[in-house]
Design a protein around this ligand. Structure first.
Ligand code: PLP
Length: 398
């Protein structure tokens, strides 16, 4: 599969890498795109040797170009590992914690990952220390254990979902390594075009490929990326034995979506920045959470470790949960749905989920900014906010 562009990926800009890497070898009449290989098993010889495909749970040629592209984007020396979902990838990563070990995790990690960790901890597999990831000293104290056992793994998510708190990734990675803990960073919100956790010291990067990487809300897929060959081997073994593998069609769709990642991220980030500013000035909004705003508590850190500020922003609607729900109901262009990172703009009141931490405000709406025309997105938000604020229902508009 590896061809000229892949071999030179490190010299290419990320916006070229998403287009060029993971193409079939450049031979006469070869297809430009990798094919989808539908086979559960592979022809073998008398002995299975390392590198044999052998069986469809161990490998599939359709995974390879996507795994190659993800590694090139995150700057990893080992291929990425794709999984059936982001949470399947999280499950594999959590399996690296030794029995009876300690996991430090942000209180506003993606709630699915948090619930998984809480359930595993409740079974006694490890101890869970939940922290405010923006408070460096609190995280470092949880890592060292203050008299108790030191941590074995630090889970990072920055910005967090949905509170958009920003961790000082480089400092926390150094503190984790000082006590011998591994660091896993969920980079779903930022994508490797915006933030490179491996460069900042993380051992493993996690993606819900479902979101920006695939980008079209038509795939559920996850990935782990690491340069550490021992960890790579352990995670590959976990995937092969636990079986949370990607379907070939999903892998193919994700690579197809990845080709336009740079354009999508550029457009949606620019729109998110502008919308955050306009929302900040709207009196129907009590608070905007977006690290791109200079007034945001995470702004300075985000500016130092990200290239841009992402395309998810949160607002707290003046008037509480009912007003927030009314705004969602009044929107015509923004789709009320969970998830994020697709071409279409989505909106969700996060506390509608029973599992969402109580510390997430009831009136918080998470906005995933898509690639539609900025003025159309704003017009829809403005009419909904104005309508609810005036208590007269939405103006029919978009
Ligand atoms: N990480 C983050 C930040 C997410 O937002 C999500 C899903 O919303 C996940 C992980 C889980 O990914 P998946 O839904 O692909 O299992």
């Amino acid at each position: 599969m590896t061809d000229q562009p892949a071999a030179h990926a490190q010299n290419l800009s990320p916006d070229t890498v998403v287009v060029a890497v993971g193409r079939p070898a450049r031979e006469h009449d070869a297809p430009v795109n990798p094919p989808i290989v539908l086979s559960s098993t592979y022809v073998g010889t008398g002995t299975v040797v390392d590198g044999d495909r052998a069986y469809g749970r161990y490998s599939n040629p359709t995974w390879d170009p996507l795994e190659e592209a993800l590694a090139a984007l995150e700057g990893a020396t080992a291929p990425g590992l794709i999984f059936s979902s982001g949470l399947a990838a999280a499950s594999a990563a959590l399996s690296l914690i030794p029995a009876g070990g300690v996991l430090v995790m942000p209180r506003h990690s993606y709630q699915g990952a948090l619930v998984m960790a809480q359930e595993l901890a409740a079974k006694g597999l490890f101890t869970l220390r939940i922290v405010d990831i923006a408070r460096k000293d609190e995280v470092i104290a949880a890592l060292t254990g203050a008299g108790e056992s030191a941590a074995d793994m630090l889970w990072l998510e920055s910005p967090t979902n949905p509170m958009l708190e920003v961790a000082d990734i480089a400092v926390l990675c150094r503190a984790a390594h000082a006590v011998g803990a591994l660091v896993v960073t969920d980079n779903t919100f930022s994508t490797p075009l915006v933030q490179k956790p491996l460069e900042l010291g993380s051992d493993i990067v996690l993606h819900s490929v479902t979101k920006y990487l695939a980008g079209h809300s038509d795939v559920v897929l996850g990935a782990l990326v690491t340069s550490n060959t021992q960890l790579h081997g352990q995670l590959l073994h976990h995937r092969s034995i636990h079986g949370a593998i990607a379907g070939p069609f999903e892998a193919w769709l994700a690579l197809r979506g990845l080709r336009t990642l740079a354009l999508r991220v550029e457009r949606s980030q620019a729109s998110a920045m502008e919308l955050a500013q306009r929302l900040d000035a709207h009196d129907g909004v009590a608070r905007v959470r977006f690290p791109g705003l200079p007034s945001d508590p995470g702004h300075v850190r985000a500016a130092a470790q990200m290239h841009g500020f992402g395309s998810v922003l949160c607002i707290e609607v003046a008037g509480g949960a009912d007003a927030a729900n009314a705004v969602v109901d009044a929107l015509a262009l923004w789709t009320p749905a969970t998830s994020l990172g697709g071409v279409e703009s989505l909106v969700e009141r996060r506390r509608r989920h029973a599992n969402e931490p109580q510390s997430v405000p009831e009136n918080l709406l998470r906005l995933s900014v898509g690639i539609e025309n900025l003025e159309d997105l704003w017009a829809d938000l403005e009419q909904a906010l104005n309508g609810v604020r005036a208590g007269r229902g939405p103006d029919a508009k978009v």
